[in-house]
Design a protein around this ligand. Structure first.
Ligand code: HEC
Ligand code: HEC
Ligand code: HEC
Ligand code: HEC
Length: 458
């Protein structure tokens, strides 16, 4: 903060002297900048509990409420949720939503770079908002997969937006045919060609706090550096060398906003900065909600990798026998009538209905925690369409039960034993965005069972 004040003081003095030199020059309108990072495919929040923040649905409402003109809008990366086929389908809708809001550029983040070079090329060819990256390259040719920068006319000024991704973790996790050049190398090569083409320069850097600060130290060209690969949004505006550094994250829940005076050539003076939390008090835009529905309809009709049994994970009971299969809660109920009775009275039994109501019952983003064994060979499959293995069943927690049922029914020696369960088996689903904070003491009593008598065997 100290350096901020020092810088502002210098800037104010500079401004005053400029004004004195040319009294006729009208004060230029300020730059209004808004930026997002880590949208994570969230066109709207999942709805797993009341009071969730975020979603592009809320971002749109917030933007529409801002005084004109629209801020310059950019995304720093990780707008996609992941590289799976349905996530790529959804990303197209995310991009359309960004286009509708008037975004100027989308930077390539860590998760976008998990797509293959061919997928990235196809996206680049048809993206409704220009995708940029100076250092995400085609591994085969060494050529850039995207334009490294673009220049926007904003309130009479030319603003260059440059994109980079910190690839210092190496090629681990990168999509097939994709490679990353070090940010510094890419920028050193690029900057000479940008000289004189813009009045102000903004760098979108999918990088952590330390790397952002290093970029500011190494390159004096950037007025603003936006990140990043961080755990928390900026707590305060930082000025390093001559760059304003700001960052945001948190799965679409926080949008960064900066107002800066475009004083003199190549000089931005920050006037106001904010990390705006998109709280549940902000209404969700209905047009974007319909876009999400459109994605859900498309994904319902599209054949996906998860539909291909050959590609699903083999059945497994952690640490026990790998041969058991899912049989469904009805099979358990024949002997565990008491436990089944209790289970039917819990929200777990209705978990699939909750998806159907929201038309998300074919969306792989949602199905995993609202069915039994989705993604494994004998688990729930999308073509079952609500008839089998739906809801959070007995085996969602206890694991596949075919061996147990077979041995208990036949009266053979019982070799199979279900493993004991605890809170860690709940937080596979009850975590993060998908649950109110999980506490065993308050959640277990609501579904407690297991001491009921088992129906005697013949
Ligand atoms: C043919 C009857 C029968 C069926 C069907 C059956 N169980 Fe059991 N289960 C038993 C018996 C008997 C026990 C031993 C405990 C008892 O006597 O109460 C048992 C014990 C268990 C235990 C305690 C741990 C263990 O491995 O002994 C769990 C957990 C369990 N069953 C879950 C299930 C689940 C889940 C299903 C459905 C996939 C299921 N059972 C189906 C009869 C059955
Ligand atoms: C396979 C995923 C999954 C696992 C594992 C799981 N849950 Fe759940 N749980 C859900 C879902 C989904 C819902 C919401 C169901 C609905 O309302 O549609 C839920 C709801 C609940 C609720 C009701 C919350 C409310 O709003 O009233 C309680 C209580 C609960 N779970 C406790 C547990 C406990 C305790 C465990 C571990 C022993 C556990 N859950 C394990 C998915 C899971
Ligand atoms: C990681 C597991 C997980 C995923 C993925 C997941 N859910 Fe849930 N969902 C839960 C849990 C756990 C609950 C219960 C939360 C609680 O009670 O705090 C829940 C509850 C719900 C509820 C019931 C809310 C209520 O109050 O009745 C709805 C509706 C729902 N989820 C929709 C979705 C949709 C739509 C998606 C996909 C976009 C989705 N879920 C993805 C775990 C998940
Ligand atoms: C949300 C997770 C969850 C679901 C769903 C669930 N259980 Fe359980 N169950 C547990 C936990 C946790 C325990 C207690 C810890 C333990 O004993 O392993 C338990 C205990 C039991 C026990 C006693 C185990 C023992 O060792 O004595 C039986 C039997 C049982 N469950 C059967 C069922 C049946 C049958 C269903 C479906 C009708 C079911 N459970 C659904 C989590 C679940």
């Amino acid at each position: 903060m100290r350096s901020f004040f020092r810088r502002s003081a210098v800037a104010l003095a500079l401004l005053a002297s400029l004004a004195a030199c040319s009294p006729k020059a009208a004060k230029p309108a300020p730059l209004e900048l808004a930026f997002t990072c880590d949208t994570n495919g969230r066109i709207e929040p999942c709805g797993c509990f009341a009071g969730q923040y975020g979603g592009l649905t809320r971002l749109k409402t917030w933007l529409d409420e801002q005084p004109a003109p629209r801020p310059l809008l950019v995304d720093v990366g990780n707008a996609i949720e992941g590289p799976a086929d349905y996530q790529l389908l959804k990303y197209r809708y995310v991009q359309r939503a960004y286009a509708g809001m008037g975004y100027s550029a989308l930077n390539i983040g860590e998760r976008e770079a998990q797509l293959t070079a061919a997928e990235l090329r196809a996206l680049n060819a048809s993206a409704p908002v220009p995708m940029i990256s100076a250092n995400v390259l085609d591994a085969a040719t060494g050529q850039r997969l995207f334009e490294p920068w673009r220049v926007i006319e904003y309130r009479g000024r030319r603003i260059a937006i440059v994109g980079v991704l910190d690839g210092s973790r190496g090629s681990e996790g990168l999509g097939e045919g994709v490679t990353i050049e070090p940010m510094n190398t890419a920028l050193e090569k690029l900057l000479p060609s940008l000289r004189g083409k813009a009045d102000h320069m903004i760098l979108l850097a999918f990088a952590d706090e330390a790397a952002l600060s290093n970029l500011a130290k190494q390159f004096y060209e950037f007025d603003v550096i936006l990140g990043g690969k961080v755990r928390q949004p900026s707590q305060q505006l930082v000025i390093e060398n001559r760059s304003i550094i700001l960052y945001t994250t948190n799965e679409s829940k926080a949008v960064g906003s900066l107002q800066a005076e475009m004083a003199g050539p190549s000089k931005l003076t920050p006037k106001r900065f904010d990390i705006v939390l998109l709280s549940e008090q902000i209404a969700q835009n209905q047009a974007l909600h319909q876009e999400n529905d459109a994605y859900r309809e498309l994904v319902r009709k599209t054949k996906l990798m998860v539909d291909d049994v050959a590609r699903t994970r083999p059945d497994e009971v952690p640490g026990v026998r790998p041969t058991a299969k899912y049989v469904g809660s009805e099979s358990c109920a024949t002997c565990h009538a008491g436990a089944a009775e209790k289970w039917r009275g819990t929200p777990h039994a209705q978990a699939f209905v909750s998806l159907t109501v929201h038309k998300s019952d074919a969306d792989p983003t949602c199905i995993g925690c609202h069915t039994v064994g989705f993604g494994t060979a004998s688990g729930y499959r999308r073509e079952y369409d609500g008839k089998k293995l739906t809801g959070v069943g007995c085996e969602s927690c206890h694991g596949p039960g075919s061996e147990h049922v077979a041995q208990r029914q036949s009266g053979e020696k019982v070799l199979f034993k279900f493993r004991p369960l605890g809170a860690a088996d709940c937080t596979t689903c009850h975590h993060g965005e998908f649950s109110r904070p999980f506490k065993w003491e308050s959640f277990w009593p609501a579904i407690k069972h297991g001491k009921e008598p088992t129906v005697a065997l013949k």
